[in-house]
Design a protein around this ligand. Structure first.
Ligand code: SF4
Ligand code: SF4
Length: 89
């Protein structure tokens, strides 16, 4: 039995219009989280998306290696704080 109380959840956010589909992030992700979209962005590239968020360990390598600042990693606790802000009215 393993203790997984310390395991956090992370969310990958990609800005599709910034992504040029170079694949650096896919190559360097050891958790096999990232995939190419089938749809093209307006520049004709296949942007990346996170297909396997649960496997992400938050190492942030994808974000650090992206030359176009197209991808970012946030912990779920951080993103919940943003989502719960009352700006819907
Ligand atoms: S943070 Fe790490 S594990 Fe998560 S998608 Fe990026 S490279 Fe993969
Ligand atoms: S490294 Fe950046 S630009 Fe290259 S495929 Fe990944 S998200 Fe897109």
């Amino acid at each position: 039995m393993s203790e997984d109380g310390d395991r956090r959840q992370y969310r990958i956010t990609v800005i599709p219009e910034r992504c040029k589909g170079c694949g650096f992030c896919v190559e360097f992700c050891r958790r096999n989280v990232l995939r190419y979209s089938v749809e093209l962005n307006s520049k004709g590239y296949r942007p990346i998306y996170a297909d396997n968020n649960d496997e992400c360990n938050g190492c942030d390598i994808c974000a650090m290696i992206c030359p176009d600042f197209a991808i970012s990693v946030v912990s779920e606790s951080d993103s919940r704080a943003e989502v719960e802000s009352p700006e819907n009215g």
